[in-house]
Design a binder for this molecule. Structure first.
Ligand code: SAM
Length: 344
């Protein structure tokens, strides 16, 4: 069955529909594969990065995003690599903000490691960004350095201060790592909720070759949740934010806690998103190899017709879901790409 565009209720414009009837309304865009951190579960220490000429220009990124918006995408997340290390990245936010102003887009947001946030927070807010995700796996300065290899926690903290001062709502993303931060989860929750920030725990996924064995990093969140339930009252929340997280409210802190469990329980049946890499490859699923090239149609013509067709054809190939496995028998990554390429 081919991807189609179906008429939608007034205000929601058109929608891209995949073969399983899922409307694709959310695009994640990795604007660079480069990062100023080298998190041990994300990248190897000596990563080979793409030559700059292979990257889409910021204008090409804008064109692809805008085409998706014209096809019914309502939410854009700018990610990476570390999106805020890409030169002149704020010009992309500035230009994309026109879709917020016109009402064509509901949300423009970013996932960042926070290292460059102090200098960009104010302008992100001025561009209409309301909520951001900041990745922090520990509050311990030395452990932070060990996990990120190159990161400086004090810079990230300054970034968080700037973001909150600029009025941005911050959600913290924490990858749960066996034997590394599992004993810190309560501390992270109380810290985040104490500052008015939600927190989401993420299971580590087998993406790309790294130095360590995935099985040694993997902490099933079912175990973490059971431990938390012994200490806190967790009230299930029905609400969804268009992502794969399931949320609870912790009665004692009043804050929200999310669980992203691609390993122990995936939510592919409600997947509404696709991911664009910085070279214009569109991945229809984080956990599968198939991708469609959007750079060729962008560069072949100034007219968007071929690009629109390529997008519709790609959505027609969106698979039902992924099947990540981490155990001793599956030592190879499920896909060769690192998360930094496809975008987290
Ligand atoms: N640099 C930005 C950041 O740190 O948030 C954006 C890109 S980063 C790849 C996005 C998210 O993916 C981060 O929260 C990171 O911790 C997470 N991540 C990276 N590799 C992962 C993996 N193998 N499994 C699960 N999450 C991963």
């Amino acid at each position: 069955m081919r991807g189609t565009q179906i008429p939608m209720p007034p205000g929601s414009d058109r929608a891209l529909l995949d073969p399983f009837g899922r409307a694709i309304t959310y695009l994640r865009v990795s604007v660079t594969d480069r990062c100023d951190f080298r998190c041990v579960y994300c990248m190897s220490e000596d990563m080979a990065f793409l030559p700059k000429r292979d990257l889409l220009t910021l204008e090409e990124l804008d064109r692809i995003c805008s085409t998706f918006v014209g096809q019914g995408v309502r939410k854009l997340r700018i990610t990476g690599g570390e999106p805020l290390v890409r030169r002149d990245i704020m010009s992309l936010f500035r230009s994309l903000s026109r879709h917020l102003a016109s009402g064509a887009l509901d949300e423009l947001t970013v996932t960042t490691n926070g290292s460059q946030l102090a200098r960009h927070a104010q302008e992100l807010a001025a561009c209409g960004v309301k909520r951001i995700n900041v990745s922090i796996d520990t509050l311990d300065v030395d452990k932070f350095r060990r996990i990120t290899r190159w990161g400086d926690l004090s810079k990230v903290m300054a970034g968080l201060d700037a973001a909150q001062a600029a009025g941005l709502k911050v959600k913290i993303n924490t990858v749960a790592l066996k034997g590394v931060n599992e004993d810190e989860i309560e501390t992270l929750i109380e810290w985040a909720h104490g500052r008015g920030m939600d927190l989401t725990l993420i299971e580590v996924m087998p993406l790309g070759e790294i130095e360590e064995q995935r099985i040694d990093q993997f902490l099933p969140l079912s175990a973490a949740r059971a431990r938390l339930a012994a200490r806190y009252t967790l009230d299930d929340l029905a609400e969804r934010t268009g992502g794969p997280a399931r949320y609870v409210r912790i009665r004692e802190t009043g804050g929200k806690l999310g669980f992203i469990t691609p390993m122990t329980h995936n939510f592919c049946e409600s997947c509404n998103r696709v991911r664009l890499t910085c070279t214009g490859q569109l991945f229809m699923c984080l956990g599968q190899e198939d991708a469609a090239d959007l750079r060729a149609p962008v560069r072949a013509s100034e007219d968007d017709a071929a690009l629109e067709r390529a997008i519709v054809d790609a959505i027609a190939r969106k698979p039902k879901g992924h099947d990540f496995i981490i155990d001793r028998r599956h030592s190879r990554p499920a896909v060769g790409r690192h998360m930094s390429m496809t975008g987290g």
